[in-house]
Design a protein around this ligand. Sequence first.
Ligand code: CAP
Ligand code: MG
Length: 394
Amino acid sequence: MFIMMVRTTYHVEAETKPLDVVAKEIAAEQSTGTWTNVPAEREVHEKVGARVVSAENNTVVIDFPEEIFEPTNIPQILSVVAGNLYGLGGLKALRLEDVDFDPLVKYYKGPVFGIKEVRKYLGVYDRPLVGTIIKPKVGLSPKRTAEVAEQAALGGLDLIKDDETLTDQAFCPLEERLTAVMDKLDKVKKVVGKPCLYAVNVTTGADKIVERAERAKELGANMIMVDILTAGFSAIQAINEANIDLPIHVHRTMHGALTRGPFGISMPVISKLTRMVGGTNLHIGTYSGKMEHNVCDIDRSRDILRQPWDNFKPMFPAVSGGIYPQLLKPNLDCYGIDCILQAGGGIHGHPEGTVAGAKAMFQAVEAWKENVPLEQYAKTHHELAVALKKWGPS
Ligand code: CAP
Ligand code: MG
């Protein structure tokens, strides 16, 4: 019988053992084996045992038979492809670089809202989306949060999001904040002539997240935000399966613990899982910004989110982390227009305030589109000129 395989690729650095020996240990530990022979393994290996495909130049490729997986159970899938292996002795580095999920994708709905649906909602087709993170990230009351959101929307922004550490604390209860922000955004829509998305952060424990997302929808939310690594991939899967019918902005706080060190999981694997479970936008990093970045992983993640894959709608990469008008060009050169440029400090830190900060971002986008150097464009665009003065030349 033909067995479908889920192919995984690892970067492995062993202390002393040859790579092929380590590869066999990984395949065994993650499927039917353990540190010594167990007689019954012979009965089950054929069906669910992993096979080493290759082990050379610090790259180990392993095939896992489809049957080892419970197809819709992401915690179980991760415990196979990214489980105990990190704890094995004698290793200096072990990173899960890629997983070919194709045998399993038929079990996933993917995004309900993708790039096309969000562009249609906003009526914006010919430029990147420009958004912001409310700053300060915590401490503002619902009323003050709504005032900042109002300014951001008056500046013409497409998206406003909560920061990752703001959920439902006493100083800013979620329901009150959401209602206050949506009230302001509804009013601003009449002034600027277009809607603005507000990704309210519904991240919480497994027992409450679907209910919280449903409540957000009832209260008039037009987008929700979930932190996929702290809440878990299944949190978004559960929201998607519950047909809440809202676009989902996916933040990835804590990703550095997985993506940065010698032991971990690559951002492309996280990107694939996020598209499978139904995110609309996903933070995948900046080519230039405040965060450490791996250009190769950003390129791969960008393509994973946007390129055709099964029936999944394409997703927006969110470009965030210390960006401001001067940093748009290096990012746009690599991302093109199908991305969301998000600036927190780079908008609210503008010397003339949030509206001016938003305008300076749009002016930098226009300059990029027209292929005009920022300094030249700033001669006729005041807000951009002020931003250049504050944060230095491009
Ligand atoms: C950006 C941000 C985002 C990071 C996350 C922050 O604010 O809100 O959480 O971009 O990084 O708190 O830093 P600023 P990533 O624009 O003020 O930097 O997208 O790399 O996961
Ligand atoms: Mg943040």
